[in-house]
Ligand binder design. Structure first.
Ligand code: GLN
Length: 508
């Protein structure tokens, strides 16, 4: 059965619908692989074995009854900031180590209803704050390409799960790059959809105006298929978009639905007539030479596919990082105020009064990075500083969105490296938060403007580590972006390379 490990959705689907294998067998094989190999990577905070086996039984019954589900028997790892009842939802924080939600998030519900099997909850940086997955309260996550390297954060767990073959797809969240960066470092595909396309109900909030749930997969098609099951208005998230591809879709972008995703591989691979803009500010200094070379190669690939490629400057992109760290920390300081030892999670039992109970619970429960962000955000929101920092940052955010709009008058898709570097050593940047923050320089502007962005493998750099290319589209052009990413993927063979950990599991 080990030949199942490393499969894509369509491979699992054809085996299951052809009755060559049952959902139960797939599930057991993946659970076994995790148990044997996750000690090295620490990708999962908890294995949801009982749930997985139950779901597999249900799927097998449905298949026997002739039901056709798009993700039937497809193993998924869900980032631990999304609620799945019966198991802890920690968001990577000690303060939530005993929190078992009584309800389920919309995104997990949607993939489970589509037939996916929950293998486990993915490790992550605490409250999704980080770029390397070294801020987790449950230990660092290691990169399956090289166990001395970080997997990227904050959704390192689900990214590693896919790259190591612990699941076929993963669900992550991306506030400033947390899906695209780990996808890039782990040599897989990861997408942050247009803000509002996927409901955030049941997602532990970090910075609500930036947070977005999205999928990981071994290939663009798997990301498209998973995303097609996730989209749609949810009455429990007021920012989710009503009829996203109807009245709001003024530009008539293709609708991102199951049919689109299932037809993706049949699409013509030519990019004739597509105008690609290379984000000038993100391809200059500060890139590792291999990343620069891989980006140049990608540009050549786009040209070979018939697209036109030119450099484009998006004003203010170079100051997106400070703007993000004001807005994200301000929202985080408000969102994290609810963790006080009263309603959720761990409570300090020795405190003499309520105020010292709040303080002691938060002091023990939060890690250093979270405390740093709460302090920064509280400062930015305090009287006298609100106008100078928070309001100013929101104004710049608006101008940045307008600069992107102008770029999209001339270009269909914008590209840049996902990260200036390949995966770095564990511990290399932990003492220098500002250098760490720079890992997200290319991904953060996309969240500030609410745009869809995808990272696709585009080469290999230092020590054979994967490099990712970021493709960015206009709001609600998610399906179009996936079409371009898919054509790019098919024009090279980078996505077919597997991490050493996955490779060994396959030959066993
Ligand atoms: N690394 C960025 C941060 O720490 C982005 C994290 C994310 O996207 N959740 O805030």
């Amino acid at each position: 059965m080990s030949e199942l490990i490393g499969s894509t959705i369509s491979q699992i689907r054809s085996l299951i619908s052809g009755k060559q294998v049952s959902a139960k067998e797939v599930t057991k094989t993946y659970l076994e692989h995790v148990k044997r190999n996750d000690k090295e990577t620490n990708a999962l905070i908890c294995l949801t074995e009982e749930l997985a086996l139950q779901q597999a039984d249900t799927i097998d019954k449905k298949i026997a009854a002739g039901e056709d589900l798009p993700l039937a028997g497809v193993p998924v790892v869900v980032k631990d900031n999304m609620c799945v009842p019966g198991y802890p939802t920690t968001a990577g924080s000690k303060i939530l180590s005993n929190f078992i939600p009584p309800y389920q998030g919309t995104a997990p519900t949607k993939v489970f209803d589509s037939g996916a099997i929950c293998i486990g909850k993915g490790n992550q940086d605490e409250f999704a704050m980080g770029s390397s997955n070294e801020n987790s309260g449950f230990g660092v996550v290691r990169n399956p390409w090289n166990l001395k390297k970080v997997p990227g954060g904050s959704s390192g767990g689900p990214a590693v799960a896919v790259a190591a073959g612990f699941s076929v797809v993963g669900l992550g969240s991306d506030t400033g790059g947390s899906i695209r960066l780990p996808a890039s470092f782990c040599g897989i595909v990861g997408m942050k959809p247009t803000y509002g396309l996927v409901s955030r109900f049941g997602l532990v909030a970090y910075a609500s105006s930036l947070d977005q749930i999205g999928p990981f997969g071994l290939c663009v098609e798997d990301v498209a298929l998973t995303l097609s099951t996730l989209v749609g208005k949810d009455p429990r998230d007021s920012t989710s978009i009503e009829d996203p591809f109807g009245k709001f879709n003024t530009k008539n972008f293709p609708k991102l639905d199951l049919k689109f995703a299932q037809d993706l591989s049949k699409k013509e691979q030519s990019l004739k007539g597509i105008r690609i803009g290379v984000l000038k500010e993100l391809v200059g200094d500060g890139l590792e030479s291999e990343v620069k070379a891989a980006t140049e190669n990608s540009i050549k690939t786009f040209r070979d596919l018939g697209a036109t490629v030119e450099e484009v400057s998006v004003e203010l992109i170079d100051i997106a990082l400070p703007v993000y760290y004001i807005i994200a920390t301000a929202e985080a300081s408000a969102n994290l105020a609810r963790f006080d030892g009263v309603r959720y999670g761990v409570r300090d039992m020795d405190a003499k009064d309520i105020v010292s109970m709040f303080t002691a619970s938060r002091k023990a429960g939060f890690g250093d990075e979270v405390k740093r962000r709460i302090m920064l955000g509280t400062y930015a929101l305090s009287t006298g500083y609100y106008d100078a920092y928070y309001k100013k940052a929101q104004q710049v955010r608006r101008l940045l969105k307008e600069a992107f709009d102008r770029a999209f008058e001339k270009f269909d898709v914008l590209v840049s490296p996902t990260s200036p570097t390949v995966a770095f050593d564990l511990g290399e940047k932990t003492d220098d938060p500002l250098t760490m923050y720079l890992s997200d320089i290319a991904t953060i502007p996309v969240n500030l403007a609410g745009l869809p962005g995808i990272s696709v493998p585009c080469g290999y750099g230092r020590e054979g580590l994967p490099i990712g290319l970021q493709l960015v589209g206009q709001q609600l052009s998610d399906a179009h972006l996936l079409t371009v990413a898919h054509a790019f993927e098919k024009a090279n063979s980078f996505t077919s390379r597997r991490s050493p950990l996955l490779e060994t599991a396959c030959v066993r």
